[in-house]
Design a binder for this molecule. Structure first.
Ligand code: DGY
Length: 335
């Protein structure tokens, strides 16, 4: 007889925030999880808190704040591993989980291509006025295309500054190389000569040097205490007035007041943001009113194939954690 399935906790069925573990693809996700595990839904736990005793693994993520797991850890004495839906774990109190003997994992690598694709998409959309063009082309009152107004800017042969040359940054560089871009990067550490050569990328130890030269600046670094508010007034002052900023990392890396000022005063030309702080922005937030910003709702990794890979990766970590084995993608608490 097959051993009974172990139990994992996931977010509430009713949750529909953009970044929910189950947002959008419920059947595919649940099907994958149910092949291996019994599911305890957060809603059902709230109705029967004693069910928490069965839970050995949890799927957690940035969009599941209504699943108040950290505040309820006492109710999950058998929880061994919590797998985060995404690579960025800045929202996870790793120390707190670890202090209860619970390991944390993330989903590196599987989303690099999707996020890099999205960064290129935002860069192209901002540069070529794709959103404005769509509005014009579908405007019921439009009877004539305006002649050459609202010209775009070239992505090809421009200079790209990549802030954060980790795995996602490198994927952006690969794509930018195919656009004949000059590629600069800023990173804590210089990449090897071979990597730089293969990407045709030049290291800028000083962020401001990169900012001064770049037509496009793409943020792909993690959000850490060191990168919190990395882009403020001084950084926007250092950028070209014609520059376009793309952020596919975390909203808090950019000081949003400084960004509003930069976009309204002409310090920079445009921004294309997949991430903000908070998410979503309050509907009356100044950034939402500016004509020179385009947004996507934190969906850089959100393709069905990538999301299913992310869930598979989470399940691998949960399986290892429940078995008491080292996690393939353990995230350790920062000192
Ligand atoms: C990540 O991987 O951190 C993405 O932001 C998905 O949430």
């Amino acid at each position: 007889m097959a051993a009974p399935k172990k139990c994992v906790l996931i977010t509430s069925k009713s949750a529909s925030l953009h970044n929910d573990i189950l947002g959008g693809y419920i059947d595919d996700y649940v099907g994958l999880i149910e092949k291996q595990y019994d599911i305890l839904w957060w809603d059902d736990f709230l109705k029967n808190p004693e069910l928490g005793l069965k839970v050995e693994g949890a799927l957690i993520g940035p969009g599941v704040r209504q699943m108040r797991l950290p505040e309820n850890l006492d109710k999950f004495p058998n929880l061994k591993v919590a797998a985060n839906f995404g690579v960025g774990t800045d929202h996870v109190n790793v120390k707190l989980y670890n202090s209860r003997g619970i390991k944390i994992s993330n989903t590196p690598n599987v989303l690099n291509n999707a996020v890099a694709d999205h960064a290129m998409g935002l860069m192209l959309a901002a540069a070529r006025n794709t959103v404005e063009g769509h509005k014009m082309a579908t405007d019921p009152n439009c009877t004539k295309w305006p002649n050459d107004t609202n010209l775009g800017v070239d992505v090809s042969e421009s200079t790209l500054g990549i802030v954060g040359m980790g795995k996602i940054g490198m994927k952006v560089a690969q794509r930018a190389k195919a656009f004949d871009m000059k590629i600069l990067y800023h990173n804590r550490t210089k990449r090897s000569d071979e990597e730089e050569k293969s990407l045709s990328a030049l290291f800028c130890p000083k962020l401001h040097n990169l900012l001064a030269e770049s037509d496009f600046v793409v943020i792909t670094c993690p959000h850490t205490p060191d990168t919190d508010g990395l882009f403020g007034d001084a950084e926007f002052d250092a950028m070209k007035k014609t520059a376009i900023l793309v952020n596919v990392a975390r909203g808090k890396i950019v000081n949003q007041d400084a960004l509003v000022c930069a976009l309204t005063s002409g310090k920079i030309y445009k921004a294309a943001l997949d991430v903000t702080y908070p998410e979503p922005l309050p509907r009356d937030h100044k950034l939402l009113t500016l004509p020179n910003v385009i947004f996507t709702p934190h969906v850089a990794s959100a393709t069905l194939r990538t999301r299913l890979k992310m869930i598979s990766c989470m399940l691998e970590n949960i399986t290892a954690g429940i078995a008491g084995l080292p996690l393939p993608n353990e995230v350790h608490a920062k000192e």
